[in-house]
Design a protein around this ligand. Structure first.
Ligand code: TMP
Length: 245
């Protein structure tokens, strides 16, 4: 397979047909802009299954997305998009960097769902930016930012609901969007990347136990056990979690 791009947690290969990509999920875990690194056997398999199941569930909504199907334990077939280099962070409860930046207390519910934009640029440490920066840098136009914002709220409502059914509270998460060039005058903005415990904060509703990548970021241990717990709550039948070949 032809490798197109290697990120911190995934590799992208050329897909079998024009306009398709294969996303391969690695076991690598990074935090704090890759200053902290480890390999956690089976994490890629768990994220592939969890993200596939969430994107399949999104088919119940009219939110357009890149996911086509899961191909194997670590691979999924997706539509090729031009990724918009903006990380969209959606927060319902204060946690992580917003507590440090604004002095909020972790666990404090926000009065309303908050959307933040970060520039997707590791060399700059993914700084928080305003929509005015996005327009000024021509990363997306005003219409596209409106579209991304409204889709982000819809994804939040949908995801909060499905996690709540599993006794999990969605605290915050990150989305990425891309442009699908489908031979029309304007490209369509669709949801891309992955939705997994690597890019969501997920707390058990009864105990507030962290079930997400904070287990790695904060050296809490038990990341694979927590991701497996999430997969089981989603009724996912998992394969054995073996190392990458
Ligand atoms: P933060 O509190 O570190 O800003 O993270 C907010 C949410 O975004 C959290 O669920 C983790 C996710 N996230 C990513 O998926 N990738 C990133 O590079 C960062 C910084 C956060």
């Amino acid at each position: 397979m032809e490798l197109l791009y290697e990120g911190k947690a995934k590799k992208l290969f050329k897909g079998p047909e024009a306009g398709t990509i294969i996303q391969y999920f690695k076991d690598d875990a990074t935090a704090f802009n890759a200053q902290k690194k480890d390999t956690l056997t089976g994490k890629g398999i768990l994220n592939n299954y969890i993200s596939s199941t969430i994107f399949e569930a999104l088919n119940q909504t009219d939110i357009p997305h890149h996911f086509i199907k899961r191909l194997s334990e670590r691979e999924q077939l997706v539509k090729e998009v031009e990724i918009i280099p903006v990380e969209v962070i959606i927060r319902k409860v204060a946690a992580g960097s917003i507590c440090k930046r604004l002095g909020l207390t972790e666990g404090e519910p926000l009065p309303h769902t908050l959307i933040e934009f970060c520039l997707k640029d590791d060399a700059l440490g993914d700084p928080v930016i305003a929509r005015e920066h996005i327009e000024m840098m021509q990363l997306a136009d005003s219409f596209e930012i409106d579209e991304i914002t409204s889709m982000s709220y819809r994804v939040t409502d949908f995801l909060s609901g499905i996690f709540a059914m599993m006794q999990i509270q969605l605290i915050d998460f990150k989305l990425e969007f891309g442009r699908l060039h489908n031979n029309t005058d304007f490209p369509q903005i669709i949801l891309a990347d992955e939705i997994s415990p690597d890019n969501c904060r997920l707390w058990d509703m009864k105990t507030n136990e962290k079930l997400d990548k904070d287990r790695f970021r904060r050296d809490l241990g038990g990341l694979i056990e927590s991701y497996t717990d999430i997969a089981h709550r989603m009724s996912i039948h998992l394969p054995a979690l073996s190392a990458e070949k």
